[in-house]
Design a protein around this ligand. Structure first.
Ligand code: NAD
Length: 372
């Protein structure tokens, strides 16, 4: 069996109910059999991936899985957010069921957050629960979606409204996969990286302002370090609050604005999730006035401009009329909305987020207008 000798540091997530490792490495995909072996207890493995990732990374992962003497199946969906739909969810369930899985059949999510969220949800319901492992291949999925056990698909009523809390058995990261990620996708993931600094760590935020460009330019050591730091931050939050009864909600900084933007664009309609969240973080800073100053918002805006993140909705690559009233209305459909009111994560200061209920809709609409 191949040995992942280039595997670097790992992290353990330990919640009240589950424990699982996050393994970080470079060039680990071809040796993933050694990492998957403890979780592949049945005679079958099903790799779920998308058609872009399959072209680049399926072969080494499939070959490695076959070295475990398992029957290895592949289910492939179209790349992009539109695959987090009811229709695709049903198709994937039926394709996996056609392999006659048993409760030991391991599902392997190979791809970005779309494949991870979809596979996790499929795993959580098939036979009332199949083991699954995440192999995230985008920056966004490495710093965020693969960690923490949230799974979901989208529906007409909104984003991620159908899903479950269902942690993976392990998360295996190969930082080298980021080398093939298009710059726009890398930047979208970087939006979530910045979010960690904004919500909980001012020193990390300052570091990103200094080192973010080098990380985006391809410095692998820096990438590995920053990704691991984000995962450790997420782990600490998830360990304290696995099912989002309190602190975990802070991870939704920028998301109520962002989800409204994604909803109006139509899922898969040209706006990337990370772009919407990045823009949503700027808006959340504006909503946080006077605790966050206009100079601080300008500072982040200048960083966005330097790296190429969107600063207003007209910067997004979507052919949408950004109606501020419709966007505000969409915020009511967010999972955080409660008792018919608007709830947002805001900042008391950079690095110090809090949940604010009963936010004034007129103020939210004003911000959407300001950011058109
Ligand atoms: N579960 C959670 O906690 C959580 C957290 C944050 C985001 N999310 C979800 O994650 C999703 C977004 O994830 P994403 O940004 O990874 O999008 P994605 O999965 O759509 O991947 C982005 C694009 O990059 C391609 N790609 C993936 N890896 C590649 C690689 N290494 N090289 C080249 N191309 C590659 C994909 O085929 C796709 O076209 C959203 O649906 C969002 O709701 C979930």
């Amino acid at each position: 069996m191949a040995s992942p000798d280039n595997l670097t540091k790992s992290l353990m997530i330990q919640t009240a109910t589950h424990a699982y490792p996050i393994l970080f490495g470079e060039g680990t995909l071809g040796a993933v059999d050694a990492l998957l072996a403890p979780y592949a207890k049945g005679h079958q493995i099903v790799i779920i991936t998308d058609d872009t990732v399959a072209g680049r990374y399926l072969a080494p992962v499939q070959t490695a899985c076959e070295r475990l003497d398992k029957i290895v199946h592949v289910v492939c969906v179209a790349a992009g957010e539109a695959s987090k739909s009811f229709t695709i969810f049903q198709r994937v369930c039926e394709e996996v069921l056609a392999f006659q899985p048993d409760r030991k059949t391991l599902l392997v999510a190979l791809g970005g957050g779309v494949v991870g969220d979809l596979t996790g949800f499929v795993a959580s319901v098939l036979l009332r629960g199949l083991p699954f492992v995440q192999i995230p291949t985008t920056l966004l999925s490495q710093v965020d979606s693969s960690v923490g056990g949230k799974t979901a698909i989208n529906c007409a009523a909104g984003k991620n409204l159908i899903g479950s809390f269902y942690p993976p058995k392990a998360v295996v990261m190969d930082i080298a996969t980021l080398d093939s990620l298009p710059q726009r996708e890398l930047l979208a993931g970087y939006g979530e990286v910045l979010k960690y600094g904004l919500l909980g760590d001012a020193a990390f935020f300052e570091r990103l302002l200094r080192e973010g460009e080098a990380m985006l330019a391809g410095d692998r050591a820096l990438r590995c370090d920053i990704i691991r730091y984000c995962c450790a931050m997420k782990a600490a939050i998830v360990e304290e609050d696995e099912k989002e009864q309190g602190k975990r909600a802070l991870l939704n900084l920028g998301h109520t604005f962002g989800h409204a933007i994604e909803k109006l664009a139509g899922y898969g309609g040209g706006v990337l999730h990370g772009e919407a969240v990045a823009l949503g973080c700027l808006m959340a800073m504006t909503l946080s006035a006077p605790d966050v100053t206009e100079e601080e918002v300008d500072g982040l805006r200048a960083h966005y401009r330097a790296v190429g993140l969107p600063c207003r909705m007209s910067d997004l690559q979507a052919d949408v009329v950004w109606d501020a009233g419709a966007l505000t209305h969409a915020c009511y459909g967010d999972k955080k909305a409660s008792d018919g009111g608007l709830t947002f994560v805001i900042l008391r200061a950079i690095g110090d987020a809090t949940v604010q209920k009963g936010v004034d809709a007129a103020r939210v609409q004003q911000i959407f207008e300001q950011y058109q």
